[in-house]
Design a protein around this ligand. Structure first.
Ligand code: FCB
Length: 459
């Protein structure tokens, strides 16, 4: 257990490093389905997660996003919490089915009005809104006609991007198209961990290609519709490692690397698919597609938590199986490997490969935790994790990576997908029974660290 004072003293880790740029972005991230709740309110249509959560056995404890953090009603309090942290940016996502209940056609005014209020509240608090168009909550009505396996999905997404640009683009300038496309396609169209929980290779490759087309189309729309738009997309990037140092596992890790780290980032920013995917993608590729996908973007968003592991699996059509990290590695309280050097190397590799300004759009540590008798949450391990990862980022910057911002995942404890509410990633603890928010020790630490950096920053 650390006292808040000891937590703050973790800032001392930094003075040896060169000061960061004065405009370095310090933020927090969330996503719509994970925090909003208000699942059936004010005309929101169903998303693929609403139904998936109700399928027995899919989500720990049978949890759903029905109420989540009730952010839909408590967004003002949540903005006040961000203000008390001293962050200058907030990354959130728009729930597509809240603004277009069936994914296309008539917009839902009440849904759009919610994002108006949120954006206005952020701007009043001097917190820059960073809007992500897609953080996994596809309208169910679009899934019913094939979801991302339908090539028309690229057009649906462009129309949705046009709606959001037209409504919010006078106030929002930072846009991301997709959050972690490799996660929702691999987990949704192959592993069965996310909706639509299918496992056919042709659909998986179709989804990859159509999401890439949707990205390119939306970049064009945002560029055309929003004066001064700064556009990127958000990729989870982690070293992919063999679980054993055998040639077969090394090959498995290379396949996973192509899917996880390159299947979206390469076509979007370099204009080509990794060689191992070309055969599968060819079936869906039409003339001109690579030009449609590879549109100029302004920055690369990187989400990073820990390395990933693969092992050879002859029976898998993908040529690998997902594996747990080997025994003995340092782990977070929920078992994820802690390896800040892997983060530093990921940032340096991405800088070399894509040459774009980088924003770390998610990084954080999960835990199963509760307040002590005095009502405090002493999350020493989260502070240690964040401190060592921010230092690793700083080292990457000193070596030459052009990293311009960092967002903690997450502002609040929230609905953590398959783990339901059991795994908590927030700087702010949420008591789900009462919706009371309690700042954890890490919230005080993050706030002190932002202030310490601001004092040192170069003009
Ligand atoms: C990322 C997701 C985010 C959250 C964190 C822990 O993969 O983008 O929604 O669940 O993991």
């Amino acid at each position: 257990m650390v006292s808040p004072q000891a937590a703050v003293s973790a800032v001392q880790r930094f003075p040896s490093r060169k000061p960061l740029r004065h405009d370095f972005v310090w933020g927090v991230s969330t996503s719509s389905y994970q925090i909003e709740g208000a699942e059936r309110l004010d005309g929101r249509g169903p998303s693929i997660w609403d139904g998936f959560c109700r399928q027995p056995g899919r989500i720990a404890n049978g949890d759903t996003g029905e109420l989540a953090c009730d952010h839909y009603h408590r967004y003002r309090d949540d903005i006040a919490l961000m203000q008390s942290l001293g962050v200058n940016a907030y990354r959130f996502s728009v729930a597509w089915p809240r603004v277009l209940p069936t994914g296309r056609g008539a917009a839902n005014e009440a849904g759009l009005a919610f994002y108006d209020r949120l954006v206005d509240g952020l701007l009043e608090a001097s917190i820059e809104p960073w809007l992500c168009l897609y953080h996994w909550d596809l309208p169910q009505a679009l899934q019913d006609i094939g979801g991302w396996t339908n090539r028309d999905s690229a057009g649906w997404f462009s129309d949705y991007a046009r709606l959001i640009a037209g409504r919010l683009g006078d106030r929002v300038k930072r846009f991301a198209t997709f959050n972690e496309p490799s996660v929702f396609t691999l987990f949704g169209y192959s592993f069965g961990w996310h909706p639509p929980a299918t496992d056919d290779l042709v659909s998986f490759h179709a989804a990859i290609h159509h999401v890439n087309l949707a990205h390119g189309g939306a970049v064009d729309v945002l560029r055309e519709q929003v004066d001064g738009a700064s556009i990127g997309s958000i990729h989870n990037m982690q070293p992919s490692r063999p679980v054993h140092p055998t040639p077969a596992d090394q090959k498995a890790a290379a396949i996973l690397d192509d899917i996880w780290n390159r299947a979206f980032a390469d076509p979007q920013m370099i204009g080509d698919y990794p060689a191992s995917l070309r055969g599968g993608i060819d079936l869906h590729l039409r003339d001109g597609d690579m030009q449609r996908i590879c549109r100029p973007v302004d920055w690369l968003g990187i989400n990073h938590y820990s390395p990933i592991y693969a092992k050879a699996e002859g029976a898998s059509p993908l040529g690998f199986a997902w594996a747990d990290a080997p025994a003995g590695v340092p782990r977070s309280p929920i078992g994820w490997q802690v390896d800040p050097k892997a983060f530093r190397d990921t940032l340096l590799d991405a800088h070399d490969r894509y040459g774009l300004p980088i924003y770390v759009t998610e990084n954080g540590a999960g835990a199963v935790e509760k307040p002590d008798a005095a009502g405090e949450v002493h999350d020493a391990q989260r502070i240690e994790y964040l401190s060592s990862y921010i230092d690793a980022m700083h080292e990457a910057i000193e070596i030459g990576a052009d990293v311009r911002g960092y967002f903690v995942w997450s502002l609040l404890d929230n609905f953590e997908w398959g783990a339901g509410y059991a795994n908590r990633f927030g700087l702010i603890y949420v008591d789900y029974a009462t919706q009371r928010r309690i700042a954890k020790a890490s919230a005080r630490w993050y706030s002190a660290m932002i202030k310490a950096h601001a004092r040192q920053a170069t003009p």
